[in-house]
Design a protein around this ligand. Structure first.
Ligand SMILES: C[S@@+](CC[C@H](N)C(=O)[O-])C[C@H]1O[C@@H](n2cnc3c(N)ncnc32)[C@H](O)[C@@H]1O
Length: 245
């Protein structure tokens, strides 16, 4: 596929998946006990080794070739910026940035976010900003459980606090993400069309230059209690959804 000719995800699914709310409710009420892989335990140590313990933390989750991580580190020199991706090959590809031009308030680590998010939360860490930029959409109807908002790790995300920003080129993804997060935090985050002018990531630039509509969800998660339970859900483990104002 040539550049600027990319397609929006094609799917037989045109709206929110009928099983999403049930799945989110189940995940919110069930402890996710998958054991941590050693390489992810090591990755968290590596990610925090250069942190002074005081600087605001910014996480670029699924950073790919890390162009966005580098841009975020430049824009927030006072923060400690962590880029995480499961692909070592992508992380190493971070051309056109030679080591000498890399900001020194940044670290890139290879890890599985399924563990990495939970390990940050287990350490009681809070993020100032959290970016999930163009996650794999998994558009097949049967792949719902692979989308972040339908994954058992999802209730961990609001426990990390701060502001959370999702960008995607699939409208269904942002609709579902908003609904799922709303079920957890009791208010459905707003989202909007986004022109991609910032060109923060290679995927953003490619989709924008292909003339696609992009979507951006932004929410201040604020001070959500880290009480050892799954997240901001009801103590009963049931999802909680307030009526819209
Ligand atoms: C579509 S790419 C987007 C990359 C980048 N954010 C961008 O916009 O250019 C999705 C990225 O998420 C990463 N990813 C997917 N699942 C992951 C996981 N479980 N843990 C860490 N990274 C993951 C992939 O390796 C890939 O680099």
């Amino acid at each position: 596929m040539s550049y600027a000719n990319s397609k929006i995800p094609s799917s037989a699914q045109v709206g929110v998946h009928e099983h999403l709310a049930r799945l989110v409710g189940r995940h919110a009420g069930t402890p996710f006990r998958k054991p941590f892989a050693d390489y992810n335990l090591h990755a968290v140590d590596q990610a925090l080794a250069g942190w002074d313990g005081r600087a605001e933390l910014i996480l670029d989750a699924g950073c790919g070739v890390a162009h966005s991580t580098i841009a975020l580190a430049r824009a927030h020199p006072e923060a400690w910026v962590i880029g995480v991706d499961q692909s070592a090959e992508r992380l190493e590809r971070r051309k056109p940035y030679p080591a000498s031009l890399m900001p020194d308030n940044l670290v890139l680590v290879r890890a599985d976010l399924v563990d990495f998010w939970r390990l940050l939360s287990a350490r009681g860490l809070r993020l100032a900003r959290h970016f999930i930029l163009y996650p794999n959409p998994w558009p097949k109807i049967g792949h719902l459980g692979r989308r972040w908002h339908a994954h058992p790790v999802f209730p961990t995300i609001p426990t990390l606090g701060g502001s959370l920003e999702l960008r995607t080129n699939w409208r269904v993804y942002v609709e579902e993400f908003s609904l799922a997060l709303g079920l957890l935090i009791g208010r459905e985050p707003t989202w909007e069309d986004y022109d991609g002018a910032e060109g923060l990531t290679p995927f953003e630039r490619k989709y924008r230059d292909s003339g696609q509509t992009l979507y951006r969800l932004f929410v201040e998660l604020g001070d959500i209690a880290l009480d050892g339970s799954r997240s901001a859900v009801h103590a009963s483990g049931q999802c909680h959804r307030e009526s819209h104002q």
